[in-house]
Design a protein around this ligand. Structure first.
Ligand code: SAM
Length: 478
């Protein structure tokens, strides 16, 4: 990821760019960070960048021209996501960090003095974001805060790929208390359960502590957590048909954008995907205007939703446009049907035997191999999967002969085995291996198989996965 910071004080960022995790990510080439000196773009002979505000008032304002020229120089005037850090923005959250971490390039614009001329903000800024309800002298600290939170979520930056999954705000809970050596300090003993070696009990204890802590310190967050649990409980009554929603909620990925009875709209910001289920056409139509504009994919649970998303659904019965709000009218007819799938899920808790022994986590060294053989979603998709640490390969005498992975929304897939090695049990081993990895995280493994792919259904069913009785439709932005 490339990040440019437009600032009057580039020296404030230098140390930060070189230190700790962020510094290491820069060294590894995962992150590239540039502090751009806005003053260098001033056309004034004294390099002045500020002036008095029209209409009077305290302080000075950063002028439009140097800010615009600096921005244009780094973006080429193109559509690069540009964040103005400002106390007037929406509050920065972990979810927003996750969403920004998906971008390939970002610009942070730091204000100073009393802020920046409104006209240049209108021409450059895509997001107005605040780090809290207080006023700082400049935008450099807020930009560093956001870069730090975003940077550590980029696959490959944190050493341990699951550490971000257990932290505060994951799943709307604060993190549980943690202890390190020595076992007794100031007469305080580490809780016995943490020394027991019983991982199931440890997980239960941690969850309970997280819940208690969140209810006490952040009742607002805890209310969100409870609502999520309530929805999971309801969906569990029809688990096989709603496993995609259940797992997305459980894994702390989906936000509930709407839920009333059987009408549900979820949004996974990390993979910019919505999941929708509607009791009737009218309810589906009402939810359309809640779909975030940047949504790339929609998983629809009922066939009539396809029509709403892919075109003709924006007309009312009289063909008049149905009276939707403009956002809804904009959303529909921007999607097309990509595939109709059945969901398959593995509900047992016991790991499966893995016959083929040489299965390993893939690295960038295998990117060419995988992307040449997996053509559905493009090279950058495969690259992101490898970076996220969710792709595994099967090897025979050191040569790669197949692979499997987890899709961006959490389903198992991307399975491939070389022609010459098919019917040798390698696909089965890869699948079992992936199922076991998923079980270790306490998740229910599931996959989406395109209707008609009988070979894949047969393999999955032989392994103990069972099939949904209804299908879902994957809709992709045109
Ligand atoms: N006059 C501005 C107002 O009332 O909104 C405040 C300007 S502040 C002194 C100068 C700059 O610091 C802002 O333009 C912004 O870039 C940055 N800044 C200050 N507080 C911030 C916060 N809480 N979150 C993000 N940026 C902030």
């Amino acid at each position: 990821m490339k990040i440019h910071v437009l600032t009057l004080f580039p020296e404030m960022l230098k140390e930060f760019f070189q230190s700790s995790m962020i510094g290491r990510a820069v060294q590894k080439g995962i992150l590239s960070l540039h502090a751009v000196d806005v003053r260098g773009y001033s056309l004034d002979k004294h390099k002045k960048v500020d002036d008095y505000p029209y209409g009077g008032g305290a302080g000075m304002l950063m002028q439009a021209q140097p800010v615009f020229d600096a921005w244009k120089d780094v973006t080429g005037g193109g559509r690069v996501r540009t964040v103005y850090v400002t106390p007037q923005g929406i509050p920065f959250t972990q979810r927003m960090a996750e969403e920004l971490a998906k971008e390939e390039e970002l610009v942070f614009l730091c204000g100073h003095y009393e802020g920046i001329d409104q006209r240049v903000l209108e021409e450059t800024v895509t997001d107005y974001v605040s780090i809290g309800d207080y006023v700082l002298t400049g935008g450099e600290l807020p930009a560093m805060v956001m870069i730090d939170a975003v940077g550590r979520l980029i696959p490959g930056v944190l050493g341990n790929d699951s550490s971000a999954e257990e932290e505060s705000f994951y799943n709307d809970l604060l993190e549980y208390p943690q202890y390190s050596r020595p076992e007794i300090w100031h007469d305080k003993k580490v809780p016995d359960v943490l020394l027991s070696g019983d991982h199931r009990k440890i997980s239960q204890w941690r969850l309970e502590q997280s819940r208690r802590r969140t209810a006490q310190i952040r009742p607002d967050l805890y209310a969100k957590y409870e609502r999520r649990q309530e929805l999971i409980g309801r969906l569990m009554k029809d688990k096989r048909n709603y496993i995609h929603m259940i797992e997305s909620l459980r894994r702390g990925r989906a936000e509930i954008l709407f839920w009333e009875g059987d009408d549900i709209l979820l949004y996974d910001r990390r993979c910019v995907t919505c999941m929708i289920s509607a009791s009737c056409r009218e309810a589906g139509r009402r939810m359309l205007d809640l779909i975030p504009g940047e949504t790339r994919s929609v998983v629809a649970s009922q066939a009539f939703l396809n029509e709403l998303f892919c075109g003709s659904g924006h007309s009312g019965a009289d063909g008049s446009g149905g009276g939707e709000v403009p956002e809804a009218a904009r959303i529909c007819s921007q999607f097309e049907i990509h595939s109709e799938c059945s969901q398959l899920l593995y509900t047992q808790k016991t790991p499966l035997p893995v016959q083929h022994k040489d299965i390993r986590l893939l690295t960038m060294d295998q990117l060419d191999y995988v992307s040449e053989r997996y053509s559905y979603d493009g090279r950058s998709y495969v690259e992101a999967r490898i970076r996220e640490g969710v792709m595994y390969g099967a090897f025979v005498e050191g040569e790669q002969v197949g692979f499997i992975g987890m899709h961006s929304e959490g389903s198992l897939g991307l399975l491939y085995v070389e022609e010459a090695y098919r019917r040798h049990g390698i696909a089965r081993s890869l699948e079992a291996y992936m199922i076991n990895r998923t079980l270790e995280k306490g998740w229910t493994p599931y996959g989406h198989v395109m209707v008609g792919n009988e070979g894949s259904f047969a393999l999955q069913e032989k392994m103990g996965l069972y099939r949904s009785d209804r299908t879902v439709w994957w809709l992709e932005r045109k």
